[in-house]
Design a protein around this ligand. Sequence first.
Ligand SMILES: CC(C)(COP(=O)(O)OP(=O)(O)OC[C@H]1O[C@@H](n2cnc3c(N)ncnc32)[C@H](O)[C@@H]1OP(=O)(O)O)[C@@H](O)C(=O)NCCC(=O)NCCS
Length: 189
Amino acid sequence: MPILCRRNHINDELFVLDKVKKFSITTKCDCGNQDLNEFFHKDAVHYKEDLLAETYALYLKSKGARSLGPLAFVALANDTIKLSKSLKRKLISHKKRYIEEYPAVKIARLGVHKESQRNGLGTHLINLLKALFTTDNRTGCRFLTIDAYNRKEVLRFYKKNEFDFLHDEDKEEPTRIMFYDLKRFSLTT
Ligand SMILES: CC(C)(COP(=O)(O)OP(=O)(O)OC[C@H]1O[C@@H](n2cnc3c(N)ncnc32)[C@H](O)[C@@H]1OP(=O)(O)O)[C@@H](O)C(=O)NCCC(=O)NCCS
């Protein structure tokens, strides 16, 4: 599958993921979750202004599809993670284990339009992000991270997309920290 990767834009045969510039389009996407909708419809623009998060929108590439509005949104921010000794031993080469916090990008928010959920779009978007952050990076970025809603279907979604739990301390919390090692993606592509 050919993927074209630019600074603010990534696309493959069927989809394009574009950085949002006009936030008026965000109201065209309803992911069925009030907090997420409120973030994308109202707050995302301020997060951009304050340099706290950038929002991207997923569209089908076919003619006229853009006017129907985005199929999904994702907001991204820089992050770091601390790995336990055992995770360091598993993931990081011996000489780089002295690093205390590893560079990452956080999926700050992610929502798929409610009528399009469970069709593989969320998975497709995650795959585009994996490609985006392993192609021509400006800075080192080893992991994707997410504070995932601690709900069975959401955890299942991230597990299916090869995210792991960072630790078990947040097992009973409303959100759980999960991560994906981008090295896995760069080794398989
Ligand atoms: C969670 C979300 C992003 C998943 O995106 P999606 O496009 O619907 O997910 P996909 O079709 O790629 O699903 C991949 C796998 O995740 C799991 N999954 C996704 N939605 C699920 C659901 N509602 N119930 C159970 N499993 C689910 C399944 O294992 C699915 O694989 P399968 O369909 O082969 O069984 C989307 O449903 C969404 O936006 N939900 C509302 C907002 C939200 O909860 N966002 C997460 C913030 S952390």
